[in-house]
Design a protein around this ligand. Structure first.
Ligand code: PLP
Length: 452
């Protein structure tokens, strides 16, 4: 046996670092269903990782992508603009404006959520530098939040086990208490979470010195790291006031909760708040082509362009023509078919169905979320909210059982700090019918019953 062959046999092929097992091969998609190479059908109860807003193989999106591909795949940004790029830019600005955020009209496109976050951070830094304040370079974020895998985004992420191996190389950032009324900070009553957490932000700005702080970044509905946690009423408005008081920029990370997932195009629209900078990614082009954006307020543009002549960030694939064509097709269908309204209405129904099916089970601690962005938090003890020990790998067992039963959900393990249970995110495609929602809930209820 050659040494190359021996090495191949000795090293198992691991398809993903998280699942650590051989995965079935995907064959094709059909609306809310994914079919594997053996012909097994799975209902996509989570739209993958809350990505597939229009499900799979949507004929109109496919046609738009093929049409664009037949023309040209990409016009490089220093050489060409394109119709899809300009159309998508206008559509996003219009979606922001119709949701009360008319200032969010400028943007730069990227391929992943992490890249969009890096761009958001750089826009904040460049803005302060353009005002002659380059020392405003500290970021404040929250524990049990997730902003991405690249080093800048990881530096401001409060997902402890994903940071652990890289701590030494991360930029300094302040991580405040998570905003969660089911698990309030120690000694804080649920009804006081908004005031406490806003106050904590103000104290941290003052501790660092306001003239050192670039921005506060947060997820308006916390995704995978927290488990679909909407902020309590009034929190975002208080944060807006504090940011304004100290000249700190507000960055809304809507990579996961944005692009309509919670029933409004911007998740922060629900709180009646306009951020200075915002990211959007997963649902933007529905997962058909990688696409994300960092969007920024009109008032930031003038100083940046005057001082530096433009935005000092961008990638080879920024504004990718094929990606933008997919984005335009996805956004047009969402508008034409009134899918946001459907997500709002059916989201309430889905939450009720989950509560009816699972609410009484002793291991279900909380069912929460907004729109088609819902989560079941699993705990060992409902009264104390004690999570299961991490070694029990409850989330992986639920995932495996659900998968065996033909359901794709999005499970995340309990945090190493023991302050969150295992979570199962249910975030179906916006096109999911009520019958499909019933199937998702039935399969989840059955799978949990088999595991727990
Ligand atoms: N921000 C949030 C809120 C996310 O949920 C994610 C990914 O899950 C990211 C940023 C990073 O996005 P990506 O994985 O596309 O780099």
């Amino acid at each position: 046996m050659s040494s190359a062959q021996a090495a191949k046999e000795a090293t198992p092929v691991i398809a993903t670092w998280e699942v650590q097992q051989q995965l079935p091969k995907v064959a094709y998609g059909q609306g809310c269903y994914v079919i594997d190479q053996d012909g097994k059908r799975y209902i996509d109860g989570s739209g993958g990782p809350a990505v597939f807003s229009l499900g799979h193989s949507h004929p109109e999106v496919n046609a738009a992508i093929k049409d664009q591909l037949d023309r040209i795949a990409h016009g490089y940004r220093y050489t060409f603009s394109s119709d899809p790029l300009e159309e998508l830019t206008a559509m996003i600005a219009e979606s922001c404006a119709s949701g009360g955020s008319g200032g969010l009209k400028h943007m730069t496109f990227c391929s992943s959520g992490s890249e969009a976050i890096e761009s958001c951070l750089k826009i904040a830094l460049q803005y302060h530098a353009s005002l002659g304040k380059p020392e405003r370079c500290r970021f404040i974020a929250r524990e049990r939040s997730w902003h991405g895998n690249t080093l800048g985004a990881l530096s401001i992420s409060g997902f402890l086990d994903r940071r652990a191996a890289f701590e030494g190389a991360l930029a300094p950032a302040s991580l405040l208490s998570p905003v969660n009324t089911y698990r309030p900070p120690d000694g804080v009553f649920p009804e006081d979470v908004a005031a406490f957490c806003a106050g904590e932000l103000e104290r941290e700005i003052l501790r660092l010195g306001a003239d050192k702080v670039a921005a506060f970044i947060f997820e308006p509905v916390v995704g995978a790291a927290g488990g679909c946690v909407p902020a309590p009423p009034g929190y975002a408005k208080r944060v807006r006031e504090i940011c304004d008081r100290y000249g700190v920029l507000m960055i809304a990370d809507e990579v996961m909760c944005g692009a309509g997932r919670t029933g409004t195009w911007r998740a922060l629209q629900h709180d009646g708040v306009e951020p200075d900078i915002m990211s959007v990614a997963k649902g933007l082009a529905g997962g058909y082509v990688p696409l994300s954006a960092a969007i920024y307020h009109d008032r930031l543009r003038g100083p940046m362009y005057q001082r530096f002549g433009g935005l000092l960030t961008g990638h080879t694939f920024s504004g990718h023509t094929l990606g933008c064509a997919a984005g335009v097709a996805v956004q047009k269908i969402i508008r034409r078919d009134n899918l946001l309204e459907k997500v709002r209405e059916n989201g309430l129904l889905l939450k009720r169905m989950l509560s009816d099916a699972l609410g009484d089970r002793p291991y279900v601690g909380d069912i929460r979320g907004r729109g088609y962005f819902l989560c079941v938090e699993i705990v060992a003890d409902r009264a104390t909210k004690e999570p299961y020990p991490r070694e029990r790998m409850i989330y992986q067992k639920v995932n495996a059982q659900a998968f065996a039963n033909g359901l794709i959900c999005y499970p995340v393990g309990g945090n190493v700090d023991g302050k969150r249970g295992d979570i199962v995110i249910i975030s179906p495609p916006y096109i999911a019918t009520q019958e499909e929602l019933v199937e998702i809930v039935e399969k989840l209820a059955k799978s949990l019953g088999q595991v727990m």
